[in-house]
Design a protein around this ligand. Structure first.
Ligand code: 3NM
Ligand code: MG
Length: 515
């Protein structure tokens, strides 16, 4: 018997006996292969077989797991666990209660509980659960009529609340976890004070054609941070640090001429491409997700702009996002008009659930929608109000960035930018930016271009892009010949170009105009 307190929860296999998942494979063979591939704990979950069969299968499974020193738990069936003498059970909220299960199985048994909310998690932790299966993370055909889809944000919220109450209960998450998202899910669910001990999967292993390889690949993935992860330490930055460091960052971009892959809307393609060239990056405007893997390997960054969106475009966006995530290439989401239509609300939700964005950039309404799309109750933000105070904006941006573990930029007359720990308000820019089309979109292109060559501090890179852009706008608007939006656009492109030139000239004085 594995000691109850020293269980490794990192790769938790939950079985399924239906042909929809197993296909023609044999359950016992699949579990054998999975154990050989490195799963660290197994739950036998069988909702369809007769009790006699369940006991017999459980006995066979236990021989396999026992030999490998891997604990075997039985879903829901305390009687079966007792009959077999295996390590314990997993109980759902509608199954036998935890305390009764513990009483029947004794103090050495492992008892795990499903938790869908902070309340369920706290209760199970108080009642002495060994671990919690937190979910449903993502909708999954493996289990229909799941209670609610909580996403990575919901998991993180539960972990934070457990940590606040000093619960040390172990945790795994479940629902739609697979090879493509395991690293990101572990990364994005982590709260500063508590992180998951593992992931639980059904189909990622049970439905795989090679369950041993599927298991060992997953082990490998969960043992390493995702390619886009940043180091945990985030140095404090004063406004004068920013002013001192930004010229070097801009110079680096301008001298390296990174590729900036824009999947952007029809309206701004030309303008965004011209801005990219002016600042010294190399734009490629391609909405074809199939060529994204090749482009991602060239070391540039990706802008996904939802300005003109269709379901087909969304599929292309998701393909490209996966390609850039796989190599850690910087990614920026501009959820244009996110709150305007149902299609766009679904779009932003699908994109945030489908991959990792280093930067989420939008106006107040867009950031609020994107934040709400994560299914987390917004605290201190009245969703009915049309205007947030500066304090509310700062709180929302900071909270959203903490949840996504990325950088969030809310643009406006003052821009608010945060990585969850460090927050700045940028008051540069000019109102003429609001009088031309594509100024927000091309800001995304600018920031992504900078991020392609400055990866050690994503917040700093994003601030650099933002300041370069907005100082250029101020300078352009101040030109004598600029009378309005029409004359502003060419002057603005010229000023972006001039800032690039100045930064390469080593004098780097342009940033002193920063407010
Ligand atoms: N429990 P897959 S979701 C068994 O949310 C189970 O509690 C869930 O299957 C919960 O890894 C789920 O194939 C099925 O998505 C997970
Ligand atoms: Mg159950």
């Amino acid at each position: 018997m594995t000691a109850r307190r020293s269980v490794d929860y990192s790769l938790y296999l939950v079985t399924d006996s239906t042909s929809a998942i197993l296909g023609k494979k044999d359950l016992l063979e699949v579990v054998k292969a999975a154990v050989a591939g490195g799963v660290t704990i197994v739950q036998y979950r069988d909702k369809t077989s007769e009790t006699a069969d369940v006991v017999q299968i459980a006995q066979q499974l236990y021989e396999v797991t026992k030999a490998a020193g891997v604990p075997l738990l039985i879903n829901d069936r305390v009687d079966v666990a007792l009959a077999v003498g295996c390590e314990g059970v997993h109980v759902g909220q509608d199954d036998m209660d935890l305390k009764t299960a513990r009483k029947l199985l004794g103090p050495d048994a492992i008892v795990g509980v499903t938790a869908n909310s902070e309340e369920e998690a706290s209760q199970a932790a108080r009642d002495g659960a060994d671990y919690l299966g937190i979910g449903t993370v993502y909708a999954t055909p493996t289990k229909e009529n799941t209670k609610s889809i909580i996403g990575t944000a919901g998991v993180q919220q539960i972990l934070s609340s457990l940590a606040k109450q000093n619960h040390t209960v172990k945790t795994v998450c479940i629902g739609g976890i697979n090879h493509a998202n395991a690293q990101r899910v572990l990364y994005q669910t982590a709260s500063p004070s508590k992180q998951l001990d593992g992931i639980a999967v059904v189909s990622a292993i049970m439905a795989a054609s090679d369950p041993k390889k599927a298991s060992s690949d997953l082990r490998q993935l969960i043992a390493t941070p995702p390619p886009f992860a940043t180091s945990a330490s985030k140095p404090q930055l004063s406004p004068s640090d920013l002013v001192a460091r930004i010229p070097t960052i801009i110079k680096t971009m301008a001298s390296k001429k990174p590729l900036c892959h824009n999947m952007t809307n029809l309206v701004v393609q030309n303008f965004a491409a011209n801005v990219a060239i002016a600042i010294g990056s190399s734009p490629i405007m391609s909405n074809n997700g199939l060529e994204a893997p090749d482009l991602a390997n060239l070391g540039g960054s990706l802008v996904i702009n939802m300005g003109t969106t269709t379901p087909e475009i969304r599929e292309n966006h998701l393909k490209a996002l996966a390609a850039y995530n796989a190599v850690g290439g910087p990614t920026l989401l501009d959820p244009v008009g996110a709150g305007a239509t149902q299609q766009r609300r679904e779009g932003v939700k699908a994109l945030l659930a489908g991959g990792y964005f280093d930067v989420l950039k939008g106006n107040e309404g867009e950031i609020r929608t994107a934040s709400g799309a994560q299914g987390v109750q917004q605290r201190g933000v009245d969703s009915g109000a049309s205007q947030l105070s500066m304090e509310e904006k700062i709180a929302l941006v900071k909270e959203t960035a903490g949840r996504l573990r990325n950088v969030v930029l809310m643009t406006g007359s003052a821009d608010v930018i945060s990585d969850g720990e460090r927050t700045f308000v940028i008051e540069n820019g000019h109102e003429l930016l609001g009088e031309i089309t594509g100024s927000g979109c091309a800001l995304g292109t600018t920031i992504a271009s900078v991020m392609a060559t400055w990866r050690e501090d994503k917040l700093l890179a994003a601030v650099a892009g933002c300041l370069m852009y907005e100082i250029a706008a101020e300078r352009a608007a101040g030109r004598e010949n600029v009378k309005g939006p029409g004359t502003f656009v060419p002057a603005f492109i010229d000023e972006l170009y001039l800032i690039r030139k100045e930064s390469l000239d080593e004098n780097g004085q342009w940033v002193q105009g920063a407010k």
